[in-house]
Design a protein around this ligand. Sequence first.
Ligand SMILES: C[S@@+](CC[C@H](N)C(=O)[O-])C[C@H]1O[C@@H](n2cnc3c(N)ncnc32)[C@H](O)[C@@H]1O
Length: 267
Amino acid sequence: MAEAYNRGLDLQKAGDLEGAEKAYRHALTLDPVDTGGVSIRLAAMGVQDAPEKMPDAYVATLFDQHADVFDDILVDELGYCVPLLVRDLIRRLEIGPFTRLLDLGCGTGLTGMALADCTVHRTGLDLSERIVELAYDRQVYEDLYVGEAVEFLQEFEEEDGSQPSWDLITATDVFPYLGAVEPFLAGADGRLRTGGCLAFSTETLPEETLKGRPYMVGAKNRFAQGDVYIRTALDAAGFEILAMEPIVVRLEENEPVPGHLVMARRR
Ligand SMILES: C[S@@+](CC[C@H](N)C(=O)[O-])C[C@H]1O[C@@H](n2cnc3c(N)ncnc32)[C@H](O)[C@@H]1O
């Protein structure tokens, strides 16, 4: 599998897209759970439709591999500060404090830390085991789980069989790994108390690139969602938008990555 995948990477870098596609498709037959994220690369190359989400095995491996340098690279080098933007938005909207926070795709715990003084009990969840270990070391979450966000929203039960709810759910810099947002929003709607809030960030692309598509895999192999798509999906899932602001998510090759910061309230 690694051989076929690496051959695909080399051919793609060398500009032989046909050869790269062949090698990637071969890698996919050898590794159907798609640990290498080949389906995402094929979509970014424009030779296959975007999948509805990133393969779980790919996301878990990607973040396991980068967990130990995550904060240094993302925050210090690439200027990532979405967790602090969420905190600032909560203050500006004069909402909160919140009793129970569910931080989905919690990473190393940056959002848990940023919201520590406006939440009482914090639950974190992430697909990457290594990143959850680092979040654990931060001691910012009362409860921490390794798992997939939508599955957690749909299925999680406490040991006594009860199904807990939250009054704030966050997903900072997680939508670039989700693609289609409907399953996530339906799950969040099911877990939020009435009047509870959902905060998340997206990456986006100009309409000339999206060309009417709700979401697509961008050149950097992450999902970008369109503004209208997010608004429509939130409305259909029963959310009122309190704020939807354009932001710079981080730098990439010294260029700002555009996105949105959203705060929505369950009707
Ligand atoms: C760019 S990091 C952001 C981490 C953190 N929210 C922050 O703002 O620092 C994205 C995180 O989302 C996690 N993730 C992506 N898709 C996920 C999914 N479907 N379920 C759970 N975690 C997911 C990744 O493992 C990774 O830790």
